[in-house]
Design a protein around this ligand. Sequence first.
Ligand SMILES: Cc1cc2nc3c(=O)[nH]c(=O)nc-3n(C[C@H](O)[C@H](O)[C@H](O)COP(=O)(O)OP(=O)(O)OC[C@H]3O[C@@H](n4cnc5c(N)ncnc54)[C@H](O)[C@@H]3O)c2cc1C
Length: 384
Amino acid sequence: MSSPALTTTVAVIGGGVVGAAIFHTLTHRGIDVLLLEADSDLAYAASGTNSGILHTGFDSTPGQLETELILRSAKIRPAILKVLGVPVKHTGAELVPHREEDHVTIRALAENAAANGVEVYIRESDGALLVPGESVTDPVAFTLALAQSGEVAGGRIELNAKVVGIEPGEDQLTLHLADGRSVKTSVAINAAGLHADDIARLVGDGTFEIYPRKGEFFVYELPKGQTLDHIVLPVPTKRTKGVIVFPTLDGHVVAGPTAIDLLDKDDWAVRPDAHAEILEKAASQYSALNGLQPVASYAGLRPAGRDTNYVIGSSKTTERLINVAAIRSTGLSASLGIGAYVADLLPALGIELGEQLIPTPAKPITPKQPWWQRTAQHRHPATV
Ligand SMILES: Cc1cc2nc3c(=O)[nH]c(=O)nc-3n(C[C@H](O)[C@H](O)[C@H](O)COP(=O)(O)OP(=O)(O)OC[C@H]3O[C@@H](n4cnc5c(N)ncnc54)[C@H](O)[C@@H]3O)c2cc1C
């Protein structure tokens, strides 16, 4: 006998940081929300395998939706993270010039930051660009805290709940899950990361394509007595944004990522050649890494849009499906801004928003392992 359909007002498809932030935002506006995650836990995909940097938007292009949402997020995030107890290391970032042309780039970046209203300084002694607002967090703790807080506010989460079909009806959608269950909902929000295009195609919407852009990282322990207290950002060139070196909250130093465009959405392996590629670039920015062997490695797949970025809005074929797709490189930073932006789309679909509730504290999260090991262990348990 088939089980009765679950019912909800809004179903969020995908439990990465974007889905979790939307879930958090909407539950705190009094909406009945069900979060559906295909995997056995949240944040195993891009949201658990990134750099964990909360970007200020100093280098983002003024006027783009991505920039708008990074800046919107930066305004509302500190108060929410404080209540939820999400750890943040306020490190700031430095871009040190190594070549003559880097000074020109740094001046252009300072002007860009001013256009976005982000505080930066140029250090007199060496012309380095200092960005005091850049910080690092634990991206898994960040995602889980948003989700748990949403649950405490009345939302529901279903794990192992892969959406495989969407049936549009007159005033609702029926979502079909891989295990045979179904969900009746007024609106569905497609935050399925790498698979957001597969979800859109379930309603005949082929307007965007998502491909994986792999980023590999290496984790180091510095020799006793040495610490890194800020994020080391390379001065970007026309060709590349380069390799970042950053401290983690648990005292490690991470270098990465690479940027390799793939077709296979399941290829989460770190390539044998990746370490040499990363170390050469990272050590030229931060020489303490020279000669060190990494203690761990991980790879993330950015959900990159083919010729597009930040696709947010109702599907062209089915108004009640809101796509939140191609959130490629800044989703951790922009997530709460994305949540607020999506909330603003709901009244047009007949969903009334309540008063903004004060964030509900999450239950303390006790990680079984450091976040930078979690996805690698989940996907390749034998090799880590
Ligand atoms: C190498 C790298 C470095 C990065 N560095 C940073 C950084 O420093 N700062 C920053 O702000 N951002 C960074 N990013 C970007 C950031 O990680 C992403 O923008 C963000 O994680 C995207 O979140 P998401 O929720 O959209 O996708 P994901 O995290 O991929 O989550 C999507 C979820 O949907 C689920 N799903 C898929 N299909 C279905 C289905 N059919 N049914 C139900 N669930 C489904 C998946 O299992 C997954 O859990 C980086 C990304 C990478 C990979």
